[in-house]
Write a protein that binds this ligand. Structure first.
Ligand code: ASP
Ligand code: MG
Length: 405
């Protein structure tokens, strides 16, 4: 009997009707003779609504209490799904993250899973239950409730699939799979049948809002195949898997747009050893994730350092940077929230040249100015003005021949 982990996102369980549909789907898989662990997110926009509720109380909620609050969302959905499956005559039991032994570190709101004790799940599976686990949550070794960062139910699912040695981790969402670009922006975007972990990772972290990046990282680390599918139909989905040679035939797999970042520039930074280290230590100590970093030495004895951070972490970043500016004796800092990052991604770039010039050329043709550039083996990203974001995606999607026609 194969073990399958299925995860259903918030939109798939947005209301009682959809929960019943999910239950039918779960039962269908179970009746094919599979053992089944189901991970669910909070109903619809519950998490956003809870965050909004907290914001109406205070603009500086304590992280521990935010986790107490946010973890309730998933507890609602697991119980309701268990009831819906019961109603169909199949044994199901719901658990919270802590109940099934998902242990994390102590970083509230962005906790990392450190250990999973599978005893309780294995026992329930052995008794013939469909096991339903609340996504996005765990507990510290001191029994404090933690959450795994936005979109963290994906991580719960991939982590459980890994420790339970599942055959596949199926991620059910409200789209048919991963596309060459956001179909709302590039109308002729194509669904991909297969994509490598690395490409997906670039696309996920670049804001192709299909899966949480950390969950794809975990899939890659443990080589857990992840199948992204639509919960509302039976289309075949997109398989995220390890790289095979034929994947290199395609130059660019997809184009992503990220509008979740802001740019911070520190200017007049003394040009001497140790300065960058001190600045970024301050940011690291505040648990800020820094993305692109650019520093360029000019003819004077100072430099400017620019980097991007998540807008949601901008406040924290600015506080850290302000302290750093004083500490290293820089002249000052500015920030810009009106930026977008557009990126082309594909493992084929490793073996083909000319992608960068083609990309810059397409942006130039559309009179889009490039503010920052960064590259990796399989990705080129440009920071541009946010108002040009959509146009940039459309033109790159066309330029690299990614559309249906
Ligand atoms: N409910 C959480 C969120 O909205 C976790 C998840 O959906 O994966 O971020
Ligand atoms: Mg969600």
């Amino acid at each position: 009997m194969a073990l399958i982990v299925q995860k259903f996102g918030g939109s798939s369980v947005a209301n009682p009707e959809r929960i019943k549909k999910v239950a039918e789907r779960v039962v269908e898989t179970k009746n094919k003779g599979n053992r089944l662990v189901v991970v669910v997110s909070a109903l619809g926009d519950t998490t956003d609504e809870l965050i909004d509720l907290a914001a109406q109380i205070t603009d500086k909620p304590i992280d521990r209490e935010m986790d107490m609050l946010l973890a309730t969302g998933e507890q609602i959905s697991v119980a309701l799904l268990a009831m819906a499956i019961h109603k169909l005559g199949v044994k199901a039991i719901s658990f919270t993250g802590p109940q099934v032994g998902i242990y994390t570190d102590t970083t509230h709101r962005k906790a990392r899973i450190v250990k999973i004790n599978t005893d309780r799940i294995t026992k329930a599976l052995g008794q013939g239950y469909v096991v339903i686990v609340a996504g996005f949550q765990g507990q510290t070794s001191d029994n404090e409730i933690t959450t795994l960062g936005r979109g963290g139910s994906d991580l719960t699912a991939v982590a459980l699939a890994t420790v339970l040695r599942a055959k596949v981790c199926e991620i059910y969402t409200d789209v048919d799979g991963v596309y060459t670009a956001d179909p709302r922006i590039a109308k002729d975007a194509k669904k991909l049948d297969i994509i490598s972990y690395d490409e997906m990772l670039e696309l996920a972290s670049l804001g192709a809002q299909v899966m949480q990046a950390r969950s794809v990282e975990m899939g890659k680390k443990y080589d857990m195949p992840i199948l992204v599918r639509n919960s509302m139909n039976h289309s075949s989905g997109t398989l995220i898997t390890k790289e095979v040679k034929s994947m290199e035939d395609v130059l660019v797999r997809g184009v992503a747009l990220n509008t979740n970042e802001a740019k911070v520039t520190i200017f007049g930074v003394p040009d001497k050893p140790g300065v960058a280290a001190r600045i970024f230590k301050r940011l690291a100590d505040s648990h800020v994730n820094v993305d692109m970093i650019i520093q360029n030495k000019t003819k004077t004895n100072t430099t400017d350092i620019s980097f991007t951070v998540f807008k949601s972490e901008l406040k924290t970043s600015l506080a850290a940077v302000q302290a750093a500016v004083k500490e290293v004796g820089a002249k000052g800092m500015i920030c810009d929230e009106k930026i977008a990052k557009v990126s082309v991604v594909g493992v084929g770039m490793r073996s083909h040249s000319g992608v960068a010039s083609k990309m810059f050329g397409a942006l130039a043709k559309n009179r889009i100015n490039i503010d920052m550039i960064s590259t990796s083996e399989i990705k080129i990203s440009c920071v541009i003005e946010s108002k040009h974001g959509k146009k940039a995606v459309q033109s790159l999607h066309r330029e690299f021949g990614l559309g249906r026609n």
